[in-house]
Design a protein around this ligand. Structure first.
Ligand SMILES: Nc1ncnc2c1ncn2[C@@H]1O[C@H](COP(=O)(O)OP(=O)(O)OP(=O)(O)O)[C@@H](O)[C@H]1O
Ligand SMILES: [Mg+2]
Length: 223
C-alpha cells in the first residue's frame, strides 16, 4: 500500500509573544493521499498559512510529527528539509513572488539551479514549462511587462519545472479578478489531472469548487 503523501500527527504551532503563548495550530491530524486535490478554507487568522508552511517545509511545528511521502521529516536539519522541499514541492503564492529584474525564462530556471542540471537542459525545461502555461512567446518578458494573470502563470511554470510531487497554493487567485482566477484554477486542475497532488488555500467559494476535498479551519483546528 502506498503511504499518504502528507501525514501529520498531533501537530501544533505556538508563538511566544512577550510572556504569552499564542497557540496558532492545535492538534492537527491530517492525511492527504497522492493525487488528491484539497482546498483549505477558514477565516483570516485561523491558521491556514501556518499549516501550509509546515506542510511545505517552510516552517516546522512546535510539537508533533510530520511524515512526507513516508519519510519522517520532523527531525531533519533545515538544510535537509530544504533539500526535500526543493525536490518535491512547488509553491504558488498570492502575489506571484517573482524577481523583478528577471525574465520569465530565467525565473522559471531558478528551481533547477539547485539540481544537477546543465544550463541547456535548464533552458529546455523552463521553456517547456512556460509553453505549458501558454507563455512560450513571453520568454524574455520582465514581470513589469506582464499582467497579473501572466505573472501568475510564470509562477505556475516555476512551481512545476522541477516536476514536484506536490503543488501548494496560498491563495493563488487572491490577487486576480474572477475570470483570470478561474483560468489559473483551470491550469492547476490540469496539473491535478496529470497526477499532481494539489493543496490550495482560498477565501473564495467559487475557487473552492475546483477542489475534490474541502478542509475547513477554525481557531487553529480542522473542523
Ligand atoms: N511569526 C508569527 N508570530 C506571531 N504570530 C503569528 C506569526 N505568524 C502567524 N501568526 C499568527 O497566527 C495566526 C494564524 O495566522 P495564519 O497566517 O496562519 O492565518 P491564515 O488563516 O492564513 O489567515 P489569512 O486568511 O489572513 O491569510 C494569526 O493570529 C497570526 O497573527
Ligand atoms: Mg494566510
Amino acid at each position: 500500500m502506498q503511504s499518504p503523501l502528507i501525514q501529520t500527527e498531533w501537530i501544533s504551532k505556538s508563538y511566544i509573544l512577550g510572556n504569552q503563548e499564542l497557540e496558532v495550530l492545535k492538534w492537527i491530524d491530517l492525511q492527504i493521499d497522492v493525487g488528491e486535490f484539497v482546498s483549505i478554507m477558514g477565516q483570516s487568522g485561523s491558521g491556514k498559512s501556518t499549516l501550509m508552511n509546515i506542510i511545505g517545509m517552510l516552517d516546522i511545528p512546535s510539537h508533533g510529527k510530520y511524515r512526507f511521502n513516508g519519510q519522517d521529516v520532523s527531525e531533519l536539519s533545515s538544510d535537509d528539509l530544504a533539500l526535500v522541499r526543493r525536490q518535491n514541492i512547488g509553491f504558488i503564492f498570492q502575489n506571484y513572488n517573482l524577481l523583478p529584474r528577471m525574465s520569465a525564462w530565467d525565473q522559471v530556471m531558478v528551481p533547477l539551479l539547485y539540481q544537477w542540471v546543465t544550463r541547456s537542459l535548464r533552458e529546455e525545461r523552463a521553456f517547456e514549462a512556460l509553453k505549458k502555461v501558454g507563455l512560450a512567446d513571453k520568454l524574455k518578458s520582465l514581470p513589469s511587462e506582464m499582467s497579473g494573470w501572466q505573472q501568475q502563470r510564470v509562477a505556475v511554470a516555476r512551481a512545476i519545472v522541477s516536476d514536484p510531487l506536490l503543488i501548494l497554493g496560498d491563495e493563488p487567485t487572491g490577487a486576480l479578478d474572477s475570470r483570470t482566477g478561474n483560468e489559473v484554477m483551470e491550469l492547476i486542475s490540469l496539473l491535478h489531472e496529470e497526477g499532481k497532488t494539489v493543496v490550495i488555500i482560498t477565501h473564495s467559494s467559487e475557487i473552492d469548487t475546483f477542489a475534490k476535498r474541502h478542509i475547513f479551519m477554525k481557531d487553529g483546528l480542522i473542523v
